[in-house]
Design a protein around this ligand. Structure first.
Ligand code: NIG
Ligand code: FE
Length: 390
């Protein structure tokens, strides 16, 4: 084989103006270089000192960050809730009830339609720098529709989440009966296709006892727990997350001091979803309070047709800085390393030796521009496992 037709296995990213590594030991490196080989980062250091590689990408002084880790998204659905959004913008409050509209549309959709729609959203995410995404079920709410939602999600990510407990569907004979299905027949059908179990613990959805029962049944079936907690008001969700050892409590918009301490001492990640507050015109979560208490914070889109129809992590970073008093450094950390922690992944969300070669080249000298220049498409290249995808 001649050198011309040898497959490219290593890539040197040279002349990186600012490298955000996500590695707390050496979080930012100016004038850096990085080598990815066989899909993994094998070298990080100063520009000009890197070992040879099969190909060289001249980053020309721009900023490189790890691919975003969007650890909370609901992508398998049909239909749209434009009218509900318009009504909200004229003062109607957001409630969990709207989920049922999407459930009807999703049940009526063919597998092919759901696959195409999910693929479109995943592609949207990738073009905005997201290289790892978690995808939940939760708009089927029958044994077959939940299972097919997860099968479809599995075609796009390993991070699939069983959310049969999104709301009690209107055709269930009672809430108790539905919880029995969620923890029984539906769980059995879904567990082989899921890594996580989730529950919407909220007024209008599932209460403390039901949520605990659902998460523990999932754990017994081999799934890892995470939870929708304290989105619409104070409630038991965050404390249940601590109690069952959830990887993450998501939303965390209304927390008591005890909730914050419980998350901190149990090492539960608080995943904040500012797209939901933006789209429901609600007060944002208090990120400062969580950070000051030592809680690891993640940022995610919550992409879904009801409360947050955005696929953009850069938008969430901008909101976190502008509306949640996170510094740009804290926000980029939460969108990469934080998301990886929320998914208990050590291989993504960072760019250090051994990390997956998932990276984004921004057309800016620093990641600060993600907040400073909101709404501007700053992602110019996206690489996953050492291959350029955008
Ligand atoms: O995370 N909170 C529950 N689920 C979604 C909303 C789903 C919907 O309104 O369709 C959320 O915000
Ligand atoms: Fe959600």
């Amino acid at each position: 084989m001649t050198s011309e037709d040898r497959p490219v296995t290593s890539t040197l990213f040279d002349r990186i103006g600012l490298l955000y590594t996500g590695d707390r030991a050496r979080e930012e490196i100016e004038d850096a270089a990085l080598v990815v080989e066989d899909g993994e980062v094998v070298w990080v250091g100063p520009a000009g000192a890197a070992p040879d590689a099969d190909e060289r990408v001249d980053v020309s002084g721009r900023c490189v960050i790890p691919g975003f880790v969007d650890s909370h998204a609901h992508l398998v659905f049909a239909g749209d809730r434009t009218a509900e959004f318009v009504a909200r913008m004229t003062g109607r409050p957001y409630t969990a009830g709207g989920i049922r509209t999407t459930v009807s549309a999703t049940r009526a959709a063919s597998d092919a339609e759901l696959v195409t729609r999910t693929a479109t959203l995943v592609a949207e995410m990738l073009s905005q720098g997201t290289t790892t995404v978690e995808i939940k079920s939760g708009y089927g709410l029958t044994v077959d529709d939940e299972r097919r939602s997860l099968e479809i999600a599995r075609g796009f990510t390993e991070e699939t989440t069983y959310l049969g407990a999104h709301v009690v569907p209107p055709d269930a004979s009672s809430a108790d009966e539905y919880v029995r299905t969620v923890t029984g027949e539906m769980l059995e059908a879904c567990a082989p296709h899921a890594r996580w179990v989730d529950v919407f613990c909220e007024r209008g959805a599932f209460d403390a006892d039901q949520s605990r029962e659902i998460l523990l049944a999932g754990v017994k079936a081999g799934l890892l727990p995470r939870i929708h907690a304290n989105q619409l008001g104070e409630g038991p969700g965050a404390r249940i997350a601590a109690e069952v050892g959830a990887a993450s409590a998501d939303h965390c918009t209304h927390l008591s001091d005890d909730d914050v301490s419980a998350l901190a001492s149990a090492g539960v990640v608080a995943t904040l979803l500012p797209g939901a507050e933006f789209s429901t015109r609600s007060p944002y979560p208090d990120a400062r309070r969580l950070l000051d208490a030592g809680v690891t914070v993640a940022l995610a889109t919550d992409c879904n047709p009801g409360s947050s129809f955005t696929s953009s992590m850069p938008f969430c970073v901008a909101l976190a800085v502008r509306e949640m008093r996170m510094t740009p450094l804290e926000a980029i950390r939460a969108a990469t390393y934080g998301g990886a922690r929320a998914l208990r992944r050590g291989d993504v969300g960072t760019l250090r030796v051994g990390s997956s070669g998932d990276l984004v080249i921004l057309d800016t000298p620093t990641y600060v521009h993600l907040a400073y220049r909101p709404g501007v498409p700053l992602v110019t290249q996206v690489w996953k496992r050492g291959r350029r995808l955008v």
